[in-house]
Design a protein around this ligand. Structure first.
Ligand SMILES: Nc1ncnc2c1ncn2[C@@H]1O[C@H](COP(=O)(O)OP(=O)(O)OP(=O)(O)O)[C@@H](O)[C@H]1O
Length: 228
């Protein structure tokens, strides 16, 4: 059997000390397979951002292990974590965070140049992704010249540029109207399937969460299956 793309084993994460300790995760476990889309639905303050940051190697747990494609990360140096993150994790935020002075194409090319790909290869991949997400005709536009849904699809293309094994999204459609949310979520789902990435998507939108392969929540410091 191939290794799960994303695995959390007995992860503990708390903030603060003594009386002020906030225990977010206590011995939390989660496995996401290649091509699987898992929705994360939990009340405000339950720890969604914390969980996504841990999976994206942006934060470290106090104990436990996070594995990306079978590679344990707890003993990596900061540099090792950054390298692994850049080559294996794609992150989509609620607000697109595209670079305003660059075109859609350039925004998707940039992360590829950072990992050492050639201009030609990067541009080819960027055009492929923009096409897949239905925004190929907007390649030369700057973010300010794009609709919210187009901006978010370009942010998804950017996150997918380096063929990430893990895609993490924090309210990726939180800023969009219902119809556009539907289109963007569908595009994200197709991309995850096509790329065979493991995805964890935090959302407050129950209709969208139901379109994921399964839904999880955070309860009592654990990541548990959730019924809507
Ligand atoms: N740097 C920090 N220092 C102290 N406490 C923190 C820190 N970051 C998060 N917390 C606490 O940990 C808990 C989980 O926070 P987190 O941001 O992960 O929640 P969330 O589910 O993403 O919330 P929301 O939906 O409101 O964004 C909260 O109680 C928060 O106050």
């Amino acid at each position: 059997m191939s290794k799960p793309h994303l695995r959390l084993a007995d992860v503990h994460r708390h903030y603060g000390e003594g009386d002020r300790t906030v225990r977010v995760l206590e011995a939390a476990n989660l496995t996401v397979e290649s091509g699987e889309m898992v929705a994360l639905v939990a009340p405000s303050g339950a720890g969604k951002s914390t969980l996504l940051h841990l999976c994206g190697l942006l934060e470290s747990p106090q104990s436990g292990e996070i594995e990306i494609v079978g590679q344990p990360t707890s003993k990596l140096s900061d540099r090792g974590r950054t390298q692994l993150r850049r080559s294996t994790v794609g992150y989509v935020y609620q607000f697109h965070h595209l670079l305003p002075e660059f075109t859609a194409l350039e925004n998707v090319v940039m992360p590829q140049l950072i990992v050492g790909k050639s201009d030609k290869e990067s541009a080819g991949r960027a055009m492929e992704l923009l096409g897949l997400l239905g925004v190929g005709h907007r390649a030369t536009h700057r973010p300010a010249e794009l609709s919210g849904g187009e901006q978010q699809r370009i942010a998804i293309a950017r996150a997918a540029a380096n063929h990430p094994r893990v895609i993490l999204a924090d309210e990726p459609t939180g800023n969009l109207d219902p119809e556009t949310s539907d289109v963007v979520f569908g595009a994200l789902k197709d991309l995850i399937r096509n790329e065979g990435a493991a995805a964890l998507i935090a959302t407050h939108n129950y209709d969208l969460a139901r379109r994921a392969d399964r839904i999880v929540t955070i309860r009592g410091g654990l990541v548990v299956a959730h019924e809507l």
